[in-house]
Structures are given as structure tokens and as C-alpha cells.
Write a protein that binds this ligand. Structure first.
Ligand code: T4K
Length: 381
């Protein structure tokens, strides 16, 4: 319990704040872009970023995109998936939207109450002759049940795809997260630990699929005179790649700074009745993308929404990632499995989760001030 009197922050504290390199360093890279007059379409900086991410993520094959959503859409098409894709309702709209816009049908199944990732038993029960893939989300950087899903995928002849938007740098038992499944997508949006303002990547296991991914990323153009497919334009520009290169140089420092914030949150919030920090197992190296807690209204004496609202008085803007469930969205609610009755765990969890402000610049002092405010809102002071 703290004796500090919480004061509101002078300016809003949001759930995330993009880490930025010194502007002068960006200008140096931009000068090169200006000199080369090469702005996009496999420029020098893009190729450099792709090479560095390939090494960093220990990827068999990696392609960079203008955002994670388009990467996922292209990935689904590159794998020539058809029919139904079993996925989680506890995610950002981009995941099921990518399934829909590529002409596939999402099928929603519940999540595991501990990991909050797609429940392998529920996946198995939902498989039909129309099923062609499983799309799991490593939500908050928590790895899906990768071994169980791989085994199910093999037994039923299904592709296993991961949305790793939150899992940049996650490792499981020392193994990089992108080494699981047939394909993994990463997001490099401004709100992500590693970002390029907007951006994304796909890791695939096979050179032939990589060729197809790159084709579909560039209109389906094979050469100057040959277009072979209705591809998208999802290339990353040199301006994004320049930012990505500079952010990548600083990503480990940012991760370490976030670990210090996480330590304060974990230690102090764990003592407040009814608030439970979301834990990753010791075998998992944390991406440090989000810091999540759950609010048990009975024990906390305050509901999740009232807590989030109460924090606004202190100029703190926590978020309810992910509420409501995407399966409740008007364009998704008629797909198989979307009925909340069949998703009791995801439905309950979505009403309990809070994503606290989480970025290195917050520092330990900022983290203490946020916990002070939480204690005040919860009446725990
Ligand atoms: N799969 C999953 C599981 C995802 O979570 C996401 C994206 C995707 C796929 C798709 O990847 P991308 O296509 O985006 O690469 C944000 C992000 O826009 C989104 O990328 C992210 N997930 C999602 C979880 O969060 P919103 O609608 O919450 O963003 P917004 O604009 O409210 O930003 C959140 C806070 O961040 C703001 O309150 C202020 C702060 N902020 C934001 C931006 C953009 C800044 O301080 N500076 C900024 O530049 O979706």
C-alpha cells in the first residue's frame, strides 16, 4: 500500500507511446533516400531491414509488408487456403477480417482460460471437411499451444498459421516464435514494441511459398510484361523502412525499460485485492508488447469499466484489449461459433481485461504513479 497522494498526469498517458529515434538520425537516412530518388519497390533500406529482421527473428524466409493486416491477407492467399479457418474471438478485428476479405469463413472457438489463446480441444471439435486452416493469435505475446496445434494440423491435414502481431521477439523454450506453424505474421504498427510507423512481416517455411508471397505483395506481377494473379499492393516504403532500421537498433533497450515498468506493476498490482496480473510461463521470453491485468469485480469491489473510467480522472487512458469480442461485430456474428454462449471463457475474460500504459519512457516513477492512481480508484490506500 502506498502513502503517495496521486496527482493527475499533466498530459494524457496512453496505452502505448511509439519509441522514436533522434530525428537527426532519421534525417540522415532520408537524405540517402532523397539522393537515390528511390522511395519504394524493394529499395535499399527495405532490403536492409528485411535482411536484419530475417536474422533477428531467425526466420527461414521473411517478407516485409506495409502493415500486418495485409501481410496476413497475402499469407492466407499464398497458402491457397479455401473454406473454413478456425480462429479465436479474443483478438483485434484484423485477424478475422483477413479471413473474410480473402473469401474464407472464420469459425470461432473458445480460448484456454490460462493462456487466453485458442483452445486446441475446441479447435479439434470444430473441424469439418470444409476446414483448411487454424489461425491462432499469440495474444499479448503469450504463445499459442504450438505443439498441440501442430499435431492437430498434421493429423487433419490443416495449415497452422499464427498472428504474432504481439509477439515480436517472443521465444518458447529458447525457440523463436516464428519457427512454429506454416506461417507467422508480425505487426510493426506505431503502437508495437518494434515499429516502422506502419508495417508488418510474414515468416514462411518454404522458398516456393515465399516466392508466392512476394508475388502477391506486388500486384501479382511476374515481370514487366506478365501479371499472373490478382495480387495486392502491400509493399513497405523506404520512409517506413528507414524508421524501422533505427527503431530496431533500440528495441532491446526499449524491452529492458519495459521490463522495469513491468516489475513495478507486477509487484504492486499483485497486492491489490481482485486485480491479477497476466503471467507468462517461465519458459517464455516475453515480447513486452502489453501489460495486462484482470479485474475480478466481486473481489476488487469495482468493475473493470469503472476502473478504466476512474483512471481517466488521472489522465490515464488504459484500454480494454480485447473488448468486445470480435465475433460480436455485425459482419462476423453470423459465422459458425460466434454465439457468445459457445465462448464462455473468451466472453468472461473480455469483460475483465485491462491493458495498462506500457512503454519504456514511462519509467519506474511513471509506473508507480499509475499504480497509485489504480489504488485510489479501487479504494486500496
Ligand atoms: N492482429 C492483432 C492481434 C493485432 O493486435 C493487430 C493490431 C493486427 C493483427 C493488425 O496489425 P496492423 O495491420 O495494425 O499492423 C491499435 C493498433 O492500431 C493496432 O495495430 C493494434 N493491433 C491494436 C491492438 O491497437 P487502436 O484502434 O487501439 O489504436 P489507437 O489509435 O487507439 O492507438 C492506441 C493508443 O496509442 C492511442 O490512445 C494513443 C497511442 N498512440 C497511437 C498512435 C497510432 C500514439 O501515442 N501514437 C500513435 O502514433 O489499434
Amino acid at each position: 500500500m502506498s502513502s503517495r497522494t496521486p496527482e493527475p498526469f499533466d498530459s494524457p498517458v496512453y496505452v502505448s507511446r511509439p519509441m522514436l529515434p533522434p530525428l537527426e538520425e532519421y534525417v540522415v537516412l532520408l537524405r540517402g533516400v532523397w539522393e537515390r530518388r528511390w522511395l519504394t519497390n524493394n529499395g535499399q533500406l527495405l532490403l536492409d531491414l528485411e535482411r536484419r529482421l530475417h536474422r533477428y527473428l531467425e526466420a527461414p524466409f521473411l517478407s516485409v509488408f506495409t502493415n500486418g493486416t495485409l501481410a496476413l491477407e497475402v499469407g492466407l492467399r499464398a497458402l491457397r487456403i479455401s473454406g473454413e479457418v478456425i480462429t479465436t474471438p479474443f483478438t483485434f478485428p484484423a485477424t478475422p477480417n483477413a479471413i473474410c476479405v480473402t473469401g474464407l469463413e472464420p469459425v470461432f472457438v473458445d480460448v484456454d482460460p490460462v493462456t487466453l489463446t485458442i483452445d486446441p480441444d475446441a479447435v479439434e471439435r470444430a473441424i469439418t471437411p470444409k476446414t483448411s486452416a487454424i489461425l491462432g493469435v499469440h495474444v499479448y505475446g503469450m504463445p499459442c499451444h504450438v505443439e498441440a496445434l501442430e499435431e492437430i494440423g498434421q493429423r487433419h491435414g490443416l495449415k497452422v498459421i499464427y498472428d504474432g502481431a504481439h509477439a515480436f521477439g517472443t521465444r518458447v523454450g529458447g525457440r523463436p516464435i516464428g519457427s512454429f506453424g506454416d506461417m507467422t505474421m508480425f505487426s510493426f504498427h506505431a503502437t508495437k514494441l518494434f515499429h516502422a510507423a506502419e508495417g508488418g512481416a510474414l515468416i514462411v517455411r518454404d522458398a516456393e511459398i515465399k516466392r508466392r508471397v512476394d508475388l502477391l505483395r506486388n500486384f501479382g506481377i511476374l515481370d514487366e510484361a506478365t501479371v499472373v494473379e490478382a495480387g495486392s499492393n502491400s509493399k513497405m516504403s523506404e520512409l517506413q523502412a528507414a524508421l524501422g532500421l533505427l527503431v530496431l537498433d533500440r528495441v532491446e533497450a526499449e524491452r529492458a525499460a519495459r521490463a522495469r515498468v513491468a516489475e513495478v506493476y507486477g509487484r504492486r498490482i499483485g497486492r491489490i485485492p481482485g486485480l491479477s496480473p497476466f503471467h507468462l510461463p517461465a519458459s517464455v521470453e516475453d515480447s513486452r508488447q502489453y501489460w495486462i491485468m484482470r479485474v475480478d469485480e466481486q473481489r476488487a469491489g469495482i468493475g473493470r469499466d469503472a476502473l478504466v473510467d476512474g483512471l481517466k480522472r488521472f489522465n490515464i487512458f488504459a484500454r480494454r484489449y480485447f473488448y468486445p469480442l470480435v465475433s460480436e461485430a455485425v459482419h462476423l456474428r453470423s459465422f459458425r461459433g460466434a454465439d457468445p454462449e459457445g465462448l464462455p471463457v473468451a466472453t468472461r475474460v473480455s469483460r475483465e481485461v485491462v491493458s495498462l500504459p506500457f512503454f519504456g519512457e514511462l519509467g519506474e516513477d511513471g509506473a508507480h504513479r499509475i499504480v497509485d492512481a489504480i489504488e485510489a480508484v479501487c479504494g486500496f490506500r
